[in-house]
Design a protein around this ligand. Structure first.
Ligand code: AMP
Ligand code: ZN
Length: 491
């Protein structure tokens, strides 16, 4: 309701290592590409943190009036076990072999699961969700161009990017801030080493061994694309040579995003994105949450509390609130105490938000909401600073409580502004919703419906009583008539 595009939004750009004013290439359009999940297992909470952070960014840009084309891919081929290099098996093929399933069955299962989790966290779907396997032709096209431009070479059916050649004219470490010497000294020998001309070279196309499951014909023989290539190809296809924002977790900076930039520059002469935004890691006892370290939590374990280090379960919105209470660029350590504090805070905020429609309007006002609204925008304009925004929303909640208790007066204009502020920032921008009310009130609502149905039966109005029973059944609630009366259960 208050949006203006000429807001002074500043974002931290990994590429320049500073906060910069956000100026889109073609306002009001904004192009944003975020690296999506590799769908070989359930997304863990760390992955979810990254997508919650970009959801906040997507929501805020949209609120400001930008028309955002948000592309978040699904990696369903080409991501090998050794994340940093070209070694190991394809993660999806390996899982498929173990489970004796088709790789695409694995992809389908975990893509559906990923969408369910995104929905639980109230993460909006992206505008386009392309897959690596759906864009093989585009990836082969990029390899051809990079070869033509002389930045790649073919060895026995595989194609590698020539980092040494590229580094003669370009800064390969531009994103990570590392220099070539350091990178060369600190890189251990990885897959394909015998074939590669240089230690830092990486695969664009990999020759498939006969037992490899996911492979495609190409000018260099049967093989599959390197992981970094898919994001260059898909961002290029859907957002153009250059677009506004490219994002992902900070762990993607040294290799995946570094190589993506090299591929795009080699092929199109341009760094694909003006602003590179990276989210920091969710940690457990200070260590990055990751599947390979064995310290990862699955969202449903957190919701149910079914995990050895958890004392109880927490609702999806509590978890979302917990994540938003930290700046996306800070690490966030996961633990019982932090979760309990977030649960209390979230309830406090939502309880006062729930009172806002019952406030009494006065002829005079003790409160001016305008400055508070400005501070909310200042927080978000300062690189999407959600913890500062949440602190301001607690100020709004204190005002609501004081007016409710009759300790402060508010006039109609300020009350309207306060309502708009809370609706906009809590629901639209932070993407929180009041799940508590719906869950807590369900038994009361059902008791009322059962009473009404009993009255209908007493009045011999069986049409109405059946309508109620059938209607509830359709939405998954079973009424059971017994000697003691009627009770209900979820089907
Ligand atoms: P993956 O499915 O492994 O390709 O990862 C999907 C996204 O989650 C990437 O952007 C990663 O950077 C991000 N990610 C992985 N682990 C964490 C973590 N512990 N905290 C935050 N983001 C993470
Ligand atoms: Zn990517």
């Amino acid at each position: 309701m208050f949006a203006h595009m000429n807001q002074n939004l500043f974002v931290y750009n990994t590429l320049t290592h500073k906060k910069e004013k956000f100026i889109p290439l073609h306002p009001p359009l904004v192009g944003m590409y975020v690296c999506g999940p590799t769908v070989y297992s359930d997304a863990h909470l760390g992955n979810c943190r990254t997508y919650v952070s970009f959801d906040l960014i997507f929501r805020y840009l949209t609120h400001l009036g930008y028309k955002v084309r948000y592309v978040r891919n699904i990696t369903d081929a080409g991501h090998l076990e050794g994340d940093a290099g070209d070694e190991g098996e394809d993660k999806i093929s390996k899982k498929a072999k173990l489970a004796q399933l088709e790789p695409m069955e694995i992809v389908q299962k975990y893509t559906v699961g990923f969408h369910e989790v995104m929905q639980l966290f109230n993460i909006l779907p992206p505008s386009i969700e392309p897959t690596a396997t759906g864009n093989i032709i585009e990836q082969i096209g990029l390899v051809k161009i990079i070869l033509e431009k002389g930045y790649a070479y073919e060895v026995d059916g595989s194609v590698y990017f020539d980092v040494e050649k590229y580094s003669k004219t370009q800064d390969y470490g531009i994103l990570s801030g590392r220099n070539l010497e350091d990178m060369l000294n600190n890189t251990r020998a990885l897959g394909g080493q015998q074939e590669k001309h240089g230690k830092l070279d990486f695969a664009l196309w990999i020759k498939a061994k006969p037992e490899h499951l996911m492979k495609w014909p190409s000018p260099w023989g049967v093989g599959f694309p390197g992981w970094h290539l898919e994001c260059s190809a898909m961002s290029n296809k859907f957002l153009g040579h250059q677009f506004d924002i490219h994002g992902g977790g900070i762990d993607l900076v040294p290799t995946h995003h570094t190589n993506e930039i090299a591929q795009n520059i080699a092929c199109c002469g341009e760094n694909p994105a003006r602003y590179w935004i990276h989210t920091n890691m969710l940690t457990v006892n200070g260590q990055k949450m990751s599947k390979s370290l064995g310290n990862s939590f699955l969202p449903h374990e957190l919701f149910s509390g079914d995990h050895s280090i958890l004392k109880k379960g927490y609702s999806p919105m509590t978890v979302r609130f917990f994540m938003l209470q930290a700046n996306y660029r800070s690490t966030l350590d996961f633990g019982n105490e932090a979760m309990e504090a977030s649960e209390k805070g979230f309830k406090r905020l939502m309880n006062s938000f729930g009172l806002i429609d019952n406030l009494k309007v006065s002829g005079t006002t003790d409160i001016e909401v305008g400055p508070l609204l400005e501070r909310c925008y200042e927080a978000m304009n300062d690189d999407f600073n959600s913890p500062v925004l949440i602190a301001e929303l607690f100020e709004a909640s204190r005002i609501v409580n004081s007016v409710y208790d009759g300790k402060l007066k508010i006039d109609a204009a300020n009350l309207e502004l306060l309502k708009g502020l809370m609706n906009t920032f809590i629901l639209d921008i932070l993407g929180l919703k009041n799940e508590q009310a719906a869950n807590d009130d369900l038994p009361k609502i059902l008791d009322l419906i059962v009473t009404l149905r009993n009255e209908a039966k007493t009045n011999h109005d069986y049409a109405t009583s059946d309508k109620i029973r059938n209607g509830l059944q359709k939405i998954g609630i079973q009424l059971n008539d017994g000697k003691e009366g009627t009770n209900w259960s979820k089907i």
